[in-house]
Write a protein that binds this ligand. Structure first.
Ligand SMILES: [Zn+2]
Length: 163
């Protein structure tokens, strides 16, 4: 790595540790010529994926945004951070498997709904209420009726508020 201070191309790694929640490795390097220290980051190379929003604007896909939305939907429920991270990783790989550089926000939302349904029915309804723009109790009743008609979710997390 070329030193940003003296432009020489010889250094040694003095420290190496995970960064960005394990998505990157940060290496602290010391230039052998001038002894200045600098950092480099190593990440998996990925094609850029963009999300087209309902209004037409396009923004880069970020798994962290997915996690924020899913975190809100599962707040106070028996869904672990690991479950959420795994679900978000699955969603991202399903979106990437479409082989497009751009996906619609509707598609992303549908994948999130699918994942939340398997994690926790309450999280599913919470997310659906925002995603589908529920405006009345009737909207909730209709969604719950659909949920009950279809196959039950894979596991029923224990609820601390159950009677
Ligand atoms: Zn140097």
């Amino acid at each position: 790595m070329r030193c940003p201070y003296c432009d020489q191309d010889e250094d040694r790694v003095v420290d190496s540790r995970p960064s960005e929640g394990g998505a990157a490795v940060r290496r602290r390097r010391q230039c052998l010529a001038c002894a200045h220290r600098f950092s480099t980051y190593e990440r998996v190379e990925q094609e850029a994926l963009a999300v087209r929003k309902r209004g037409g604007e396009i923004e880069p896909f970020h798994r962290s945004k997915l996690l924020t939305g899913m975190g809100k939907a599962t707040a106070n429920l028996a869904v672990s951070a690991d479950d959420l991270r795994r679900a978000a990783a699955r969603i991202e790989s399903r979106l990437r498997a479409l082989g497009r550089r751009e996906v619609s926000s509707e598609r992303v939302g549908a994948e999130v709904l699918h994942a939340l349904r398997e994690l926790d029915p309450v999280a599913y309804v919470r997310f659906a209420s925002v995603y589908k723009g529920f405006t009345s109790p009737e909207d909730f009743r209709r969604e719950l009726a659909t949920l009950e008609k279809e196959a039950p979710p894979k596991r029923q997390p224990s609820s601390p508020t159950a009677p």
